[in-house]
Write a protein that binds this ligand. Structure first.
Ligand code: TXE
Length: 494
């Protein structure tokens, strides 16, 4: 048997084993077989990483760099990712099973995020305030927070890391990243590029391992000033609880149960493709997956026919093949989760109109068919709970008022799709639907310039855009008394 690749952790610019020398296995979802081993971090490793990140923040060449210099490093990192995108994409596909086509596209676009925050780095400035007090000069500045803890999931490892890493560094923080235990390799492969770009040791650190103990130790550490978390709601509850110990700032990007709404005046062909893109792109393992399709009654049958016809032609198989359209799910437990939800859907009376099982022709790997249910009741569990896989529930509606109420009847509030050629309707529904991102006549579009994030069970805070810089800085207000007069009365507020 050939020996598996072995990954150490990256702390203070060095490759290190975990404190107890332990490793865990990472699997290739396309085969279900092990492909590498990763250092299994401990609380001691978290302690070590946070301490060096703290040192790097307190007194190092990093802190004495100008914002422009930091911006140049980020720009160089973007260039290096662009040069190495194929290799990085290969690791992501090996680890999470997503299509190589998609991961290459994502990796080719990720440099734009580094360029964007490289440009923003020297535009993080305060203000002078037109203060309503005599002889006072008051200005503000935005300061970095300190050590940031970034915790990422498995579905788009480097993209979701980038949303945290780029603004955190642009703002002058240092960082400890804990990737998902399912997908550690691509982040570790990024570390030599961090070094090559010129980031000093200790500025970026990676501790690999599991939520317990690594995630728990990191999010409850007293030196962590900000936690940026992307993942599931249950883990998020632990993170919120842990963050309270030392009042670390927090941003949470969690899941969704996003509505994709098709009106009778929409371009039916585009809308049907948009629904497929929303739920079967990335095998549905996306926080913004459009897992609830609401179709106007007058076009219901036509759209369902189109969706089912295209879905039945989806090429499922090896994610490394450029012609494959749907790869496997990332883990075996994801596969079991799909089976569980299919049974739940059937049990609650939903009509299974396509898929619902493992594809017969794929004997190895964690594949699941694209699955389509229909029901008139939007309150059944498959229409309420985040499944995080290729399972769509289609629900008919009669009018705008009804569909707004159905779309908003969820604990989540991340994304929404609206398909209409009526401009006034597009504006009205965009406003009425509760979501942090609304796509009109498109779906799953992203850019460094536009933030993402949601509300309620989808979390809080924003990633991307200028807003993100505010998540990694704090405002300082400086009051300067310009008067030379002695202070008269010490017992009144000035
Ligand atoms: O997420 P987890 P999983 C959702 C989706 C999916 C579910 C579970 O619904 O089915 O989450 O996926 C770390 N303290 N999303 O199990 O467990 C964990 O090690 C600190 C939506 O992968 O939340 C990993 O690094 N950290 C999401 C990260 O949290 C902890 C994408 C996410 O893992 C921790 C992925 C703890 N106590 C899943 N416990 C999206 N919004 O895109 C775990 N972690």
């Amino acid at each position: 048997m050939t020996e598996l690749a072995k990954y150490k952790m990256y702390i203070n610019g060095e490759w290190v084993e975990s404190s107890d020398g332990g490793y865990f296995t990472s699997y290739n979802p396309a085969t279900g077989e092990p492909w590498c081993q990763v250092a299994k971090g401990t609380s001691e490793d978290v302690e070590r990483a946070v301490q060096v990140a703290h040192q790097a923040f307190e007194n190092s060449e990093w802190t004495s760099m100008t914002y422009s210099q930091r911006g140049k490093l980020l720009h160089r990192l973007g260039d290096l990712i662009a040069e190495n995108y194929e290799k990085l994409a290969d690791y992501e596909t090996l680890d999470n099973g997503k299509l190589i086509r998609e991961m290459r596209g994502q990796l080719q676009y990720i440099p734009e995020f580094y360029y964007y925050y490289a440009g923003l780095a020297n535009k993080i400035h305060g203000d002078t305030l037109p203060i309503d007090k005599k002889d006072m000069f008051v200005f503000t500045s935005r300061e970095p927070l300190g050590v940031v803890a970034a915790i990422t999931p498995w579905n788009s490892p480097l993209y979701l890391t980038t949303l945290k890493l780029a603004p955190a560094l642009a703002a002058g923080n240092t960082i400890v990243i804990k990737p998902s235990e399912v997908t550690s390799a691509s982040l570790l492969e990024l570390m030599p590029l961090i070094e090559q770009a010129g980031f000093p040791p200790g500025v970026v650190n990676v501790v690999t391992g599991f939520g317990d103990p690594v995630g728990n130790a990191l999010t409850s550490h007293p030196l962590i000033r900000k936690i940026a978390f992307t993942g599931g709601t249950e883990s998020a509850r632990h993170v919120v609880h842990n963050s309270a110990k030392h009042f670390s700032q927090l941003s949470l990007e969690l899941g969704g149960k996003s509505p994709n709404i098709v009106f009778e005046d929409a371009n039916i062909e585009s809308a049907s493709m948009g629904i497929i893109a929303g739920i079967f792109g990335a095998s549905g393992q996306s926080c913004v997956a459009g897992s609830r399709a609401f179709l106007h009654k007058s076009i219901y049958n036509e759209v369902v026919d189109r969706i089912v016809t295209r879905t039945s032609n989806i090429i499922i198989g090896d994610p490394m093949s450029p012609t494959t359209e749907m790869g496997p799910l990332a883990t075996e437990s994801q596969l079991k989760r799909m089976e569980h939800y299919v049974e739940l859907g059937k049990g609650q009376g939903a009509n299974l109109i396509y898929g619902g099982k493992r594809p017969a022709h794929l004997k190895k790997g964690w594949y699941f068919e694209p699955t389509i249910f229909e029901h008139t009741n939007a309150e059944i569990r498959i229409a309420q709970e985040e499944i995080f896989g290729p399972v769509l529930t289609i629900i008919p509606f009669e009018n705008e008022e009804e569909v707004i109420s159905l779309a908003n009847n969820t604990n989540y509030g991340l994304a929404a799709g609206i398909w209409t050629n009526n401009l006034a309707r597009a504006h009205q529904i965009s406003k009425a639907v509760r979501a942090g991102i609304v796509w009109v006549n498109t779906y799953r579009s992203i850019s460094p310039i536009a933030s993402i994030g949601g509300s309620h069970w989808s979390g809080y805070g924003r990633e991307g855009g200028v807003e993100s810089i505010h998540e990694y800085t704090q405002n300082k207000v400086v009051w300067m008394n310009t008067s030379t007069e002695p202070m008269a009365d010490p017992f009144i507020m000035r």
